[in-house]
Design a protein around this ligand. Structure first.
Ligand code: ADP
Ligand code: MG
Ligand code: ZN
Length: 487
């Protein structure tokens, strides 16, 4: 990585908020659906009316435990909720219900695939809390209007805050961690992790210190990071800024900074002196919550195989490359699909090539979701097509067209090949006249080839392939051309 670190090293810790995939909010029965009419999913509880009483959403609690288990955390047998007090117009109660000293889980870890090495990050804690509302700042004809609006649909939506130890040392590793975290949470059905919809938000803490130093430098916290790309950029930029400060004889000030994606810089939001004193105390409206070891085990048993384990299995038992395994496991539905295909075929690698190459391309072009893939193209259909190519019944080139046709018409590959006469031509007698024709029509290319320009042969092969609409056996065409041209 081209990061002008000099004799400095970076220390990074991430605080990630993910929205838990529940139908209703954390402490009331309001819906959590994204994109609804403003203030259409609210009630006295999530708008903080006097006398309201919150009740914990059991599903949210279980999803939190599920996430914590996926992150190898210890689950607290006893947990409680606290009020975090501060004033802001999007916070109707003037406190957020969160977890202060007894979070649902702590002391976990996650391993991510970094560039050429494994990134291991300890998870400090993961706790439940409610989201705030959303402020809207309308535009008027003369600029920003002199009032703001607030939408409480998001108020009370369940979040899990996942806090790492300061274990990351490069922006690229931070990216790898977030990618893995997102994958794990999506695999386990805990969150959509859709940054555009705000269901994954990340604050990045960073400090620098002289390489080998044992104490941590003073950190700053960067907010307003709404894409992984911005997180990397912000970390690079902010660490460079800190190094410049230190090199100039100054001291880094502990503060919260905002990332400005337009200018590509961070700027001060508030300093430590302005930091809130949240005066946290246990929420008297909510009972402490107890979970038994049996319940924890019951939730643990419902966890699917994690993406890292699946990648390893794909490499070790299916003979795929790390890169192939990474692509195939990025989306759980694609990985499931690949496995369903591989179960019907002795050479998983060949099927992986189809899925990674042609099939993904077709899916992109057709806006086909991975979830509906098996329905559109049953695994047996793809395997049939792959076999037609392997057995030499059709060429690889024709196979690509047949795949598109199978997806469009839903017909079996063998049927399409028979109906359209797409079988491979591997008969010298049938190809010789075409070879002669191409030689006769491309005098210049033939002369080039004979004059020693070897790449000219590829052009002639291409011509013969075109004459046969891709059906000719390419090695045979090559041999016939070479024989004729006296190579
Ligand atoms: P705060 O009290 O400011 O919220 P915490 O100790 O709770 O700080 O840590 C918040 C996040 O910052 C964690 O992810 C932690 O790993 C990270 N962090 C803490 N100290 C440092 C540091 N010196 N440099 C980089 N990251 C740090
Ligand atoms: Mg903190
Ligand atoms: Zn409500």
């Amino acid at each position: 990585m081209s990061h002008p670190l000099g004799e400095y090293e970076l220390v990074i810790g991430l605080e990630t908020h993910v929205q838990l995939k529940t139908a209703t909010k954390l402490f009331c029965g309001c819906a959590t659906r994204f994109g609804a009419e403003p203030n259409s999913q609210v009630c006295p509880i999530c708008t903080g009316m006097p006398g309201m009483l919150p009740v914990l959403n059991r599903h949210a609690y279980e999803l939190g435990v599920r996430a914590a288990l996926a992150l190898h955390c210890e689950i607290a047998p006893f947990t409680k909720f606290d009020r975090k007090n501060y004033f802001y117009p999007d916070l109707p109660k003037s406190y957020q219900i969160s977890q202060f000293d007894v979070p649902i889980s702590k002391n976990g870890w996650l391993e991510a695939a970094g560039e050429g090495h494994t990134v291991r990050v300890r998870i400090h804690r993961a706790h439940l809390e409610e989201d705030a509302g959303k402020l809207l700042h309308p535009e008027s004809p003369v600029g920003r209007a002199d009032y703001s609006l607030v939408d409480f649909n998001r108020s009370g939506v369940p979040l899990l805050e996942i806090v790492t130890e300061p274990d990351l040392t490069t922006p690229a590793d931070a990216h790898a961690y977030l990618t893995e975290l997102k994958q794990v949470l999506q695999y386990t059905g805990i969150s959509d992790c859709d940054m555009e919809k705000g269901s994954l938000r990340c604050d990045a803490n960073v400090s620098v210190r002289l390489r080998g130093a044992t104490v941590l430098g003073t950190k700053t916290e960067i907010k307003n990071l709404n894409s992984f790309k911005f997180i990397v950029k912000a970390l690079e930029h902010e660490s460079e800024r800190q190094i410049r400060v230190l090199e100039g004889g100054g001291r880094v000030v502990q503060e919260t900074r905002l990332w400005d994606p337009v200018v590509g810089e961070t700027r001060v939001m508030r300093s430590k002196e302005e930091a809130h004193d949240y005066r946290s105390f246990p929420d008297p409206d909510l009972q402490p919550f107890v979970i038994t070891a049996e319940e924890v085990e019951r939730i643990r048993r419902t966890l699917p195989e994690m993406p890292a384990a699946r990648r390893r299995r794909f490499v070790e038992s299916s003979g795929l490359t790390e890169r192939d395994a990474e692509i195939l496991t990025a989306d759980r539905a694609i990985a499931d699909y690949f496995e369903a295909c591989a179960a019907l075929h002795a050479a998983p690698k060949l099927l992986a090539n189809w899925v990674i190459g042609e099939l993904r391309k077709e899916m992109n072009e057709r806006h086909l979701e991975a979830e509906s893939l098996a329905e559109k193209l049953p695994p047996a259909r793809l395997v049939e097509l792959a076999r037609l190519v392997e057995d030499g019944k059709i060429t690889r080139l024709v196979g690509k067209d047949v795949l598109a046709e199978v997806l469009t018409s839903g017909a079996a590959a063998g049927r399409i090949v028979a109906d359209k006469g797409l079988a491979q031509i591997a008969d010298a007698g049938a190809l010789e006249p075409l070879v002669d024709k191409v030689i006769a029509a491309n005098g210049k290319t033939v002369a080039d080839y004979r004059a020693g320009k070897k790449p000219a042969l590829a052009a002639l092969i291409g011509q013969v392939m075109r004459e046969t609409k891709g059906k000719a056996n390419a090695p045979l065409v090559t041999k016939l051309l070479q024989d004729r041209l006296g190579a």
